[in-house]
Design a protein around this ligand. Structure first.
Ligand SMILES: C[S@@+](CC[C@H](N)C(=O)[O-])C[C@H]1O[C@@H](n2cnc3c(N)ncnc32)[C@H](O)[C@@H]1O
Length: 338
């Protein structure tokens, strides 16, 4: 078959995969909720061992196999692939399954994405303030678990982009249960940190700080970056996946609070999905941008983030290369030599 026809055929199948994306997401969430990956990981399994109804087992196992998440041995039994072991088995340090649970929580809103795109407005009048404001402790747990999956990979990449060695005290604003902070503290024993987030996050954050044995170097401070002063005395401030949750007026308020809190000469680090300047992608950042269009907020280009930082009184901006998941912009508070 000529190359152009091959390309078109591949494009047709990519369009099919877009159309049945909801089926893929739901099937994966089913397997995560029902412990299918843990069973596949415990040794070669038959459909019976996996607790799957005989009528649906072939379809589900074919789906997992075609996605590179399960493999079949010569005896016809199935086991988890290395990718499933790393990212979908519950106690793996790189467990990413929480993202599926997070998206399950948005299922009803995703069904109404078209309304948000047509109106150009988030589904809820208050944008993400309504989302976070409505969370009880249990909601916080599933949301934080989803964010943790991103943070584990995100912190690894951030450490390649930014050298934290010159810093002494980190303030992680909207730091959730410490996915970024705890990884940074573990990598750098001289660093101390404060995680700042809404009060409902305290139990989960303190639980994780204790689990990591980092109580002596990390504390949690509860508050709102819209209503409360941020803790003082930090020479580096992290905004991981925060600005993209908010519209421009709220971003300005958050950045003003950050500017007031950080030491003169201190560094602000913004890490989140960012769009290429020519809007060519990347894939993850663009799809996450659709989530923001639906919930409130916006995935921005690095130039737009630099503009917001400069307006807030930061200078010396530095940009990473655009990453598939996250990109980084750093800047310094003007004044001071740090
Ligand atoms: C998208 S999550 C990012 C979490 C974390 N930085 C990460 O990247 O894994 C947004 C975080 O902002 C927090 N947040 C939302 N509104 C806030 C507010 N008004 N003040 C402080 N934190 C807030 C949420 O509780 C949540 O932990």
């Amino acid at each position: 078959m000529p190359a152009a026809t091959d390309d078109l055929e591949a494009a047709r199948l990519r369009i099919y995969a877009l159309q049945d994306g909801a089926m893929r997401a739901q099937a994966l969430a089913f397997c995560l909720r029902n412990g299918v990956f843990e069973r596949l990981s415990s040794g070669p399994s038959t459909p019976d061992d996996l607790g799957l109804a005989p009528r649906v087992a072939p379809a589900l196992l074919a789906f997992l196999t075609s996605q590179g998440l399960a493999e079949r041995d010569a005896e016809g039994r199935f086991r988890a692939t290395p990718a499933a072991e790393a990212f979908l088995v519950r106690f793996s340090p790189r467990f990413a399954g929480g993202r599926s649970l997070l998206f399950q929580g948005f299922h009803e809103q995703i069904g109404r994405l078209g309304d948000a795109l047509a109106s150009g407005k988030p589904l809820a009048d208050g944008g993400q303030a309504d989302l976070f404001g409505g969370f009880d402790e249990e909601d916080q747990r599933w949301f934080a678990e989803g964010m943790l999956a991103n943070a584990i990979a995100g912190a690894e990449r951030l450490r390649c982009e930014v050298d934290f060695a010159p810093f002494q005290r980190l303030l992680d604003v909207g730091g959730s249960s410490g996915g970024y902070t705890l990884a940074l503290l573990e990598a750098q024993p001289s660093l101390e940190a404060t995680i700042f987030d809404l009060p409902a996050m305290r139990p989960l954050a303190e639980e994780r700080i204790a689990e990591h044995g980092l109580d002596a170097r990390c504390r949690f401070v509860a508050g709102s970056f819209f209503d409360d002063l941020l803790p003082r005395g930090h020479d580096v401030l992290l905004l991981a996946n925060i600005l993209h949750d908010w519209e421009t007026p709220e971003c300005r308020r958050i950045l003003a609070a950050c500017h007031a809190a950080i030491e003169p000469g201190g560094t602000i680090v913004v890490v989140e999905p960012m769009l290429a300047e020519d809007l060519s992608g990347p894939d993850h950042a663009s799809v996450s941008g659709l989530t923001m269009a639906m919930l409130g907020g916006e995935n921005r280009t690095q130039s737009r983030i630099v503009e917001l930082l400069e307006e807030a009184g930061f200078g010396d901006a530095w940009r990473s290369a655009i990453g598939e998941q996250n990109s980084v912009v750093t800047a310094r508070k003007r004044g001071g030599d740090a």
